[in-house]
Design a protein around this ligand. Sequence first.
Ligand code: SF4
Length: 248
Amino acid sequence: MTRSLRVIPNGGRAIWRSIQGEGHYAGMPTMFLRLAGCNLRCSWCDEPDSLPDYDLKTKQFRVVPTNAARGVSFGDLSSQFWEHFDEGVGHLVITGGEPMLQQEEVLRWLMTARMNKAAFAITVETNCELPPVPGFRPHVDLASLSPKVSRYKRNKEAILSAARAWLDRAEHTQYKIVITSEAEARRALEMIHDLDEVRVGLRRGSAGVVFKALQVEWDTPVTEGMIDLAAAANVRLVKQLHKAMKLP
Ligand code: SF4
């Protein structure tokens, strides 16, 4: 059977080269793989094309892909990767949508294409509601956890449970929580506190996460209150730079 991944093509390509606009690797030349489908519907989502391929009622991918999405075989994906790769690129970001909806296929592709043997880091961006399957975590150099403030009250248990699996390697993990107000900044800091408690509870030594930030949504003004809150918690306050730079 031909294996494939459901992707959102960028200019007809499933995978392309650009610059990472956020987090620990911000500014680094990067290859991007954008997968279709998400289990959430955030109001500020900058990739709305990636959403409808996944049916929230059935919790399944639609049998017939949406106009925006298509399946790409592992072989075609690898060809596109190496076509756009050059020696200056040290980083692959697997994003979406929610990549963890297709993690088994992602894992098979990484192993098939032997991406993890190449000399670059692999980041997976996730909303942290789905834990990695056994065997997935070691292939990820940076797990970028972006749980959503609006989901936390309702889904705290699932989010912390997924985080536990990632935080087993805290030094290969970052938190990046989008906020649109000071009230959300407070709630995001509570989430970061809870995530840190999970990390400490794992007793894997003293390693912390490599980056933790409140990420102010692009259209939202940064306020003095946000600055004070971030400073008091010793957490970074950043903007969505990939939007400011209009990165593809
Ligand atoms: S989790 Fe990410 S991809 Fe999914 S709706 Fe929210 S912002 Fe969009």
